[in-house]
Design a protein around this ligand. Structure first.
Ligand SMILES: [Zn+2]
Length: 316
């Protein structure tokens, strides 16, 4: 049993608390910290955002600790983000795999592509204002969970651009790097965004945040595709014919969605969207239930555009 464990801060990523434990333990190697916390050392990918073997960790916490696996999962890992667009039984499998010692890959449960070519996803992110305020309030900075959610590019509290730290999210091998002024350096060439773009990015961040906390039962990707078709027909972008045939105006769709968010916002969220234009959107709209990976952010953007409200779309 651990002799101490740091108190988790509001919206702190569990990895961040473990990294603060590593510093306080005085351990010389990350491996030793891994052994103390989890009873073994694992090289699991996504360990930073989707920490597994939580049952062991919670049982191993000091006697007075009130911490529960469910609360760690829901409030301090990216589980609730990846649980979106998963059916209840699939979300349960993901939760189960994070609770236990995992032999396979967690990616089999989250349905994401591994070889992401988007650089912005590869480092832990931080908000300079949160960094400063946390240091004043708690005496040290920490990694916020919400800042690590893909698609969120501005801090939902301060509305400022998130910066990349020097800590890699998917690095091979074990590491426990707590946030510090040494690894949270301000980038010099930050693009100045218009007020409208910042407002849009903040709305998207709040939508994602809402979805993470909403906890509704997702009805499946086939249901999602049927919903899309209904909204596209209403908007005059899709014509359906007998025999299941349809005609989709992919160019028109891309034009309208770029108008809705603005090119600058979409590029800030996912630079790939601007390059692929309509073709990628049609792939997500009509192939979502056959594609093995789920691009959650593109779905959120399309839903908001089509229904004007994420909440309404999911509850209709
Ligand atoms: Zn902030």
């Amino acid at each position: 049993m651990l002799s101490f464990f740091p108190t988790l801060y509001p919206d702190e990523l569990l990895y961040s608390t473990l990294a603060r434990y590593h510093i306080r333990s005085g351990n010389k190697s990350f491996k030793q910290t891994d052994l103390e916390l989890f009873g073994y050392s694992s090289q699991q990918v996504c360990k930073i955002t989707l920490t597994n073997n939580l049952n062991y960790l919670v049982k191993n916490l000091p006697l007075r600790s009130q911490q529960k696996v469910e609360s760690l999962l829901q409030n301090h890992t990216l589980y609730p983000f990846y649980a979106t667009f998963l059916m209840p039984q699939e979300a349960w499998l993901l939760k189960n795999s994070m609770s236990k010692k995992l032999s396979g890959s967690i990616l089999d449960f989250v349905k994401v592509t591994t070889n992401s070519s988007d650089d912005s996803k590869k480092f832990l992110k931080f908000c300079p204002e949160c960094l400063e305020k946390d240091t004043q309030k708690y005496g040290e900075p920490y990694w916020h969970r919400i800042h690590q959610v893909s698609g969120i590019v501005v801090c939902p509290i301060h509305g400022v651009f998130l910066h990349n730290s020097c800590v890699e999210v998917e690095s091979k091998g074990i590491n426990y790097h707590a946030a510090s002024i040494d690894n949270c350096l301000l980038a010099k060439n930050v693009k100045n965004l218009t007020n409208n773009t910042v407002k849009t990015l903040l709305t998207v961040a709040n939508d994602i945040n809402w979805l993470i906390h909403s906890n509704f039962a997702f009805q499946g990707l086939a249901w999602l595709r049927a919903q899309y078709q209904r909204y596209l027909v209403d908007k005059g972008l899709l014509q359906t014919f007998a025999g299941g045939k349809f005609k989709f105006d992919d160019y028109g769709f891309a034009q309208l969605i770029f108008e809705f968010y603005g090119q600058e916002s979409l590029e800030a969220i996912n630079p790939m969207l601007a390059q692929h234009q309509g073709k990628y959107f049609s792939h997500c709209l009509f192939g979502c239930d056959v594609n093995p990976a789920i691009d959650r952010i593109t779905h959120i953007l399309m839903i908001k555009f089509l229904a004007n409200s994420i909440e309404e779309f999911f509850q209709s």
